[in-house]
Design a protein around this ligand. Structure first.
Ligand code: ZN
Length: 104
């Protein structure tokens, strides 16, 4: 089994923990399903699911080993904060005004 730790470098520990806590393993088909779903999304199992964090992390690690790009979908990149967007806007604005300085 692939170790999920190798994927933790790409995302923060808390993001990975949130992801793992939001999933469960179907005991019938071993697929991952969202924790709030009542049925398995693959085989429609609706009994008890495996919510053991270690098992979920192992299954997620296997899945990400086959398709690493999936991580970007499961854990989207953090959107920039309002403060950083304002700072970026002002920086661009200052550069623009310097280029358009007509006082000379
Ligand atoms: Zn299933």
């Amino acid at each position: 089994m692939e170790d999920i730790k190798q994927f933790r470098n790409a995302k923060t520990e808390s993001q990975m923990q949130t992801l793992v806590m939001g999933l469960k393993v179907c005991p019938v088909c071993n697929s991952l399903t969202r924790i709030e779903a009542e049925q398995c999304s693959l085989c429609n199992w609706s009994g008890k699911f495996d919510t053991d964090v270690t098992h979920v992390a192992d299954h997620l690690g296997d899945l990400l080993a086959k398709c690493p790009e999936l991580l970007d979908t499961l854990v989207p990149a953090a959107t920039p904060s309002l403060l950083s967007r304002i700072k970026e806007f002002l920086t661009q604005e200052i550069h623009l005004r310097k280029r358009l300085d007509l006082h000379a």
